[in-house]
Design a protein around this ligand. Structure first.
Ligand code: ATP
Ligand code: MG
Length: 585
């Protein structure tokens, strides 16, 4: 527990440190928090003075002055409260605005391994919901708690100063108040955590179902899914109601305790007044003090919870920021252009450090040549291209480009020269143009058109409503598979890479599109080193070298004729099964 406290403090310090760029806002809000206090407690004090010195003694002189003072204090108080609320909220918003960008930038640089292990929903929650909770640390947490504490102390101080007897009476009920507050704080904390977990569950469920809506509908699973959703929704509602329950109990209890205090005070205080131990002014001012005393206590419990939630959220966000699982870019070799020689020397690789999916792979590709990778599903073809671009680090062996270890290259410079067309084409929401240029300003509209013309995609893009400005919807769902593939080809070509890697999608398309795509592929691999995971015989036939993979091993290698001439060869088998049919068409 002690240690937990310690980490809370460290966390809090770290959260506060994020406000450093907004030092002036931070200082202003602390300053306001401190100077607001005397103004809020001044009002009952003035009332007491008026009652004792003017009203009771029937002295009109100076009364107007006091009344004026009262109004002035009131106005200053209101204006300062406004500034205080606004500035502490602005501080919170400024901090999280920066933090969102920081987290997003950080995530975009993480190794792909992180994304293999982390659900999408989690990363989204970190960048949006959790950061929102950090805002509360500033807007409702630290500084307002500080302000409340100062007010509490000041109120107690002035109460003691005015009448220690009445103060003592008020304090009779204090232990009940403390107890109620403590119980409330603990209970609400637990129920908040439940609410948050349920929100996360609900988000995850929704996100996955909406993404997979096609499957839900194809298999008529709407009813089952709705049932499942109902259950989650129910848990969420009851978690919410739980926390509402504590509020519903706590606030009336506080009312009750303060009413009892008030009653006690008036009863015992009136006795004191009659016995001349308490001034009448004090008796009038005390209910006002009481209000000033109980209000912060009531809200403090809630604010502590908010602070706690913010800290929990910040812990999660910091965990992401502390994850420095980048691919190290220690290489200094920045090249403008690669010749395109590729060598794999005895490369072994496992995604999880244990189960090797590539075992002692060696091959080499000479500049300008095409290497084709074939093999059954799961044999490791896509993995080979994943490690060439350093999406993942290899455990054993060496990968050389132009006879230099890929680790010696500056990562960005290396990736600039290698273009990859992935097996599952991913398009973002945005125009066709944006999807091709990826908003890289160095790539002009003309350049995009030129590349599209070059590989024969221009015609189909022009035919889309709006042409290059056609709005692609999320994941490219308003384009056909073949169209998406062509766009991804243009994307690869427009960057004019020295090495082109193509992971062909297996999906079969009609003969006409087939010809278009075949033409595009030929254009893509022309005059540059390329590695192609091919499912089309015509592509493979042109390759200078073909690797046949199985289970992470290279079974055979050679060109099309060589491999076909091996009577019991794997390629021969594959050819007979897969390609013979195609060629006979
Ligand atoms: P296909 O022809 O179906 O695309 P492939 O030859 O491209 O198959 P790979 O994607 O290279 O196959 O997969 C090789 C092995 O690595 C498979 O056993 C797969 O389960 C595993 N694998 C692939 N990606 C990951 C990943 N991100 N994390 C862990 N294991 C993975
Ligand atoms: Mg693959």
């Amino acid at each position: 527990m002690e240690q937990k406290k310690g980490t809370d403090w460290t966390l809090l310090r770290r959260v506060i440190a994020t406000a450093k760029p907004f030092n002036s806002l931070f200082v202003q809000s602390i300053f306001l928090a401190i100077i607001i206090t005397p103004f809020s407690i001044a009002q009952p004090f003035i009332v007491q003075q008026i009652v004792d010195n003017n009203i009771i003694k029937g002295q009109k002189e100076g009364m107007l002055l006091m009344a004026g003072l009262f109004v002035t204090v009131l106005i200053i108080n209101v204006v300062m409260k406004y500034y205080f609320i606004y500035i502490s909220a602005e501080l919170g918003q400024s901090v999280i605005k920066d933090m969102r960008v920081k987290v997003f930038k950080h995530i975009t640089n993480l190794q792909l391994r992180y994304f293999d292990k982390t659900p999408i929903g989690t990363s989204t929650t970190r960048t949006i919901n959790d950061i929102e909770a950090i805002n509360n640390v500033f807007a409702q947490g630290v500084i307002t708690i500080l302000a409340d504490f100062i007010t509490l102390l000041a109120v107690i101080g002035i109460m003691l100063y005015t009448s220690w007897r009445l103060t003592a009476i008020v304090f009779i009920t204090m232990p009940f108040m403390m107890l109620a507050t403590y119980v409330f704080k603990e209970k609400v904390k637990v129920s908040y955590q439940k609410v948050r977990t349920q929100i996360a569950n609900m988000n995850a469920f929704l996100q996955e179902r909406i993404t997979g809506m096609k499957i839900v509908q194809i298999f008529n699973a709407e009813k089952q899914e709705a049932e499942a959703f109902k259950k989650i929704n129910h848990s969420y509602t009851s978690a919410n109601l739980d926390s509402v329950f504590y509020y519903a109990v706590f606030f009336p209890v506080v009312e009750l305790v303060s009413a009892v205090s008030l009653a006690l005070m008036i009863w015992l205080g009136a006795k004191g007044y009659i016995q001349d131990k308490v001034s009448f002014g004090a008796l009038v001012a005390f209910p006002l003090y009481l209000n000033l005393l109980f209000r912060p206590i009531r809200f403090l419990a809630d604010k502590f919870n908010t602070l706690q939630m913010g800290l929990v959220a910040s812990e999660r966000v910091f965990k992401i920021l502390d994850n420095t699982n980048y691919i190290e870019s220690n290489g200094t070799n920045v090249v403008g252009k690669l010749k395109g020689k590729i060598d794999f020397n005895d490369v072994s690789f496992a995604y999880d450090d244990v189960n090797y999916v590539l075992k002692n792979i060696s091959f080499s590709v000479r500049p300008g040549q095409t290497l084709a990778l074939v093999g059954s599903t799961g044999s490791g073809k896509s993995t080979i291209i994943n490690i060439l671009n350093r999406f993942y680090e290899i455990q054993k062996g060496q990968i050389l480009i132009d006879d230099i270890d890929i680790k010696s290259y500056d990562l960005k410079a290396l990736r600039d020269r290698i273009a990859i067309v992935l097996q599952d084409v991913f398009l973002f929401e945005g125009t066709v143009l944006e999807n091709i240029s990826l908003r890289d300003e160095a790539i002009s509209y003309e350049k995009v058109i030129e590349a599209a013309k070059n590989i024969g995609a221009h015609e189909f893009i022009e035919r889309l409503p709006g042409g290059y400005h056609y709005l692609v919807s999320e994941r490219g769902s308003n384009l056909s598979v073949g169209q998406r593939q062509l766009i991804s080809f243009v994307r690869a070509l427009v960057f004019d890479p020295d090495i082109l890697i193509l992971d062909e999608a297996t999906s079969s398309i009609d003969t006409e599109s087939e010809t278009v795509i075949q033409y595009a592929i030929e254009k893509l691999i022309k005059r540059r080193t390329s590695i192609i995971i091919a499912h089309r015989l015509s592509t493979i036939k042109h390759a200078q070298n073909i690797l046949v993979l199985s289970n992470g091993h290279i079974l055979e290698s050679g060109n099309h004729e060589d491999l076909l001439n091996r009577p019991d060869g794997h390629y021969r088998l594959l050819y007979d099964m897969q390609f013979a049919e195609l060629t006979s068409q």
